[in-house]
Ligand binder design. Structure first.
Ligand code: GLV
Length: 322
């Protein structure tokens, strides 16, 4: 029997699976840095979440028995992979589960911000007078527009398929060329998907959606210069990681008409949101709910638990970060 630390509220399905074989600590509430530091020296496995500070300093406190960090998320930028590798701690994530759900949310943001759905809904909820009016609440159509996708991994590809179905042309930037046959089969009317470099993507796209991991290379990928390179009619969608965008520069761009609007599910200093964003009508703000459906979160929980069970049985992890 091993000891499994669950660092954040977790679904009963995962806790039940783990409790059948191991002692489980936590799982009902978030742990802050001090709580994590006080537990990490005495556990065999961690079921983690993306806000856990599993940096080098924290991992240096880990027990030599710690065999696996099972991150219940797609991203793992909160984990110091170099230290984890050095210490032979397997790190796993939940690939292949949440991409369709997250792309649904990215597309929701795209539709909401271009059709001004947040503003329109606030108007109704505020009980302000309104009537059908040919001249107000006019948004922007997606069909015939170009969507620039930064990072054509599983989520980016799922976003591209949705956009193609809405009649959008797709351009993307990625380190390596991707197979785009599935995207191009969706709509006979759209142009073939093209890989471009980031400057061309920013200049050409009518809407830009971020689907890259947060790495030293992508931190502040969207900054004052890249925002200035975008069309002043362009919209930015971010369901990736907040720090891929310089949020101060984004606020300036939105306030000064450098771009037309933004749809955000993630923030640079999460869960803080730059206050100026809260006042703007040309942004849609969601609280990091990209993968938040009953079905997807349950599948993520089960896979996270299965990774721990496998490793604590001496087997290979199912979905390791390579
Ligand atoms: C969510 O942001 C995830 O990485 O799963």
């Amino acid at each position: 029997m091993g000891k499994v630390l669950v660092t954040a509220p977790q679904l009963p399905i995962a806790l039940d699976m783990l409790e059948k074989h191991h002692q489980v600590i936590g799982g009902n509430s978030f742990m802050d840095r001090a709580q994590l530091a006080s537990q990490i020296g005495d556990v065999d496995a961690i079921l983690s979440t993306l806000s856990d500070p599993l940096d080098g300093e924290m991992l240096s406190l880990a027990s030599s028995d710690l065999k696996i960090i099972s991150q219940c998320a797609a991203g793992y930028n909160n984990i110091d992979m170099e230290v984890a590798r050095k210490r032979n701690i397997a790190v796993t994530t939940t690939p292949g589960i949440l991409h369709e759900t997250t792309a649904d949310l990215a597309f929701t943001l795209l539709l909401m911000v271009t059709r001004r759905a947040g503003t329109a809904e606030r108007l109704v909820r505020a009980r302000k007078p309104w009537r059908y009016d040919h001249t107000v609440m006019l948004g922007t159509d997606l069909r015939g527009k170009t969507l620039g996708i930064v990072g054509l991994g599983q989520i980016g590809e799922a976003m591209a398929r949705r956009a193609a179905a809405f009649g959008m042309n797709i351009i993307y930037s990625a380190r390596t060329p991707k197979d785009t046959a599935q995207i191009d089969r969706i709509n006979p009317v759209t142009q073939p998907t093209r890989r471009v470099d980031t400057p061309e993507l920013l200049e050409t796209a009518d809407m830009v959606s971020l689907h890259c991991p947060l790495t030293p290379q992508t931190r502040h990928l969207i900054n004052a210069d890249s925002l200035a390179a975008m069309k002043d009619s362009a919209f930015l969608i971010n369901t990736a990681r907040g720090a891929c965008v310089d949020e101060k520069a984004l606020v300036f761009a939105l306030e000064n008409g450098i771009i037309a609007g933004a749809g955000l599910d993630v923030y640079e200093d999460e869960p803080q949101v730059t206050p100026a964003l809260l006042e703007m009508e040309n942004v849609v703000l969601l609280p990091h709910i990209g993968s938040a459906t009953v079905q997807t979160r349950a599948e993520m929980s089960v896979l996270s638990a299965r990774n721990i069970l496998a490793v604590l049985e001496g087997k290979a992890p199912l979905t390791p970060v390579k």
